[in-house]
Ligand binder design. Structure first.
Ligand code: GH3
Ligand code: MG
Ligand code: MG
Length: 398
């Protein structure tokens, strides 16, 4: 086989045995060849064998070749298999129809074996290149993990699946602690190496086929874990944290430990038709933020019952609701204050997080005025509203 590559599989669908024999003779030495003698058989075999290319006759008993092509192109699993029509229909209008249906080529009979062989080879080469491009564009160039785009697609896909089956979908957001200081200490290239090592440790921590890891951006990662919850989820998050810590990557500037560590936020829910995957992300993000505000190198999980407080594991014992929430809000306010005058985009993101949290606590209107000032780009006004919010909501009873 050229370059030691796996032999490609070609499906020939034709109701005429002589045609099948001629094509088989031409292709059999170089490829694995499968046959179907009608449209239904072709669709069935395509779904089972996932061939690399299909040679399709048009006039066949039952479903004709055009209908087969339409069915293939409407199926998300089969739509990328190149189809070449080989037919006795020589009219331009038929050729146009075949190509419009998504076939990559249209060859008229009588069959000229040498030309069919060349066309098949060219289309297989093109398919290989397309597949490789698609594989590369789904990955993050630095770490080799799935990239953000692939994650977004997968999140929506898993959400819909979990909704259909009424099962839990869990999401973990992971952020390296004091990574800016790591770069400042060792340089950006060493920072890149560190990101690769952390990515590998995260990926190797998950063993189930359906678990999915991606680089979310910068020094943030996400894991998507279908059908896992409660204690099992908690130990999975803790394992991710521990496996990064166990790498023992020196980080002398870190204020947590002398090694690189991560903070985690875990969200988990059974999807409902009114919910959205973005809510899952927002919860994980908020709990990640809680882990940061409680000292980093830890996991925060949602409460097991709706009325409970988030649970933070590692280092801290579970905290009672009120002081915990106040600490979390104070950290968000401090962060917002820091970014208010210098980074409008980041300030808005932090504000959205604060707003979401207050909505959950039922006190969203507390920050309405800050939101209005931000809209008007009145940062001084927003800052003074923020101070007043902080005095009223966070300082009381401290
Ligand atoms: P925290 O513990 O609060 O998360 O602090 P932090 O320093 O990790 O967070 P911050 O958001 O302030 O800084 C993130 C840093 O990650 C800044 C940025 O330069 C670095 N970073 C993002 N992407 C890359 C990358 O691809 N390579 C390297 N070397 N650094 C990156
Ligand atoms: Mg970050
Ligand atoms: Mg960080």
């Amino acid at each position: 086989m050229p370059n030691g590559k796996k032999r490609s599989t070609i499906l020939i669908a034709d109701d005429n045995i002589i045609n099948i024999q001629v094509l088989n003779l031409a292709l059999n030495g170089e490829y694995k060849v499968l046959f179907a003698s009608d449209g239904e058989g072709a669709l069935d075999l395509a779904a089972r064998a996932l061939p690399d290319l299909i040679l399709l006759d048009v006039n066949m008993p039952g479903i004709n070749g055009f209908e087969v092509c339409l069915a293939l192109k409407s199926n998300p699993v089969l739509c990328n298999i190149p189809v070449i029509f080989i037919t006795s229909l020589t009219q331009e209008i038929d050729e146009a129809k075949g190509l419009e249906l998504g076939a990559v080529d249209y060859i008229t009979k009588p069959i000229v074996s040498a030309l069919v062989k060349l066309r098949v080879r060219n289309h297989l080469d093109l398919k290989r290149q397309r597949d490789e491009l698609s594989r590369l564009s789904s990955l993050d160039g630095l770490t080799g993990l799935n990239n953000r785009r692939t994650f977004d697609e997968r999140l929506h896909h898993e959400w819909r699946r979990a909704l259909r089956h009424g099962v839990t979908l869990s999401l973990i957001m992971i952020d390296i602690d004091y990574f800016k200081l790591y770069n400042d200490t060792f340089g950006h290239l060493a920072g890149d190496d560190c990101l690769r090592e952390v990515a590998r440790a995260l990926k190797q921590s998950l063993h189930r086929a359906e678990d999915f890891t991606a680089r979310y951006g910068g020094e943030e990662f996400v894991c998507l874990l279908p059908r896992i919850q409660g204690k099992e989820l908690e130990s999975m998050a803790e394992k991710l944290r521990r496996n990064v810590e166990k790498l023992r990557i020196p980080h002398p500037a870190s204020q947590v430990t002398p090694y690189v560590t991560v903070s985690l936020g875990v969200a988990s829910r059974i999807p409902t038709p009114t919910g959205s995957p973005e809510m899952l992300l927002a919860t994980a993000d908020r709990l990640l933020y809680l882990s940061k505000s409680l000292g980093r190198n830890r996991c925060s999980l949602p409460p097991l019952c709706a009325a409970g407080s988030p649970v933070t594991v590692t280092g801290d014992t579970p905290c009672s609701s009120s002081p915990l929430v106040k600490r979390e809000l104070a950290a968000t306010v401090a962060d917002l204050r820091r970014h208010l005058s210098t980074n409008n985009v980041k300030a808005r993101l932090i504000f959205a997080r604060l707003q979401e949290r207050l909505r959950e606590l039922g006190t969203e209107n507390e920050v309405h005025e800050i939101g209005c000032r931000l809209e008007q780009l009145d940062f001084t006004g927003a800052l003074s509203c923020l101070d007043s919010f902080s005095d009223r909501v966070i300082a009381i009873g401290e």
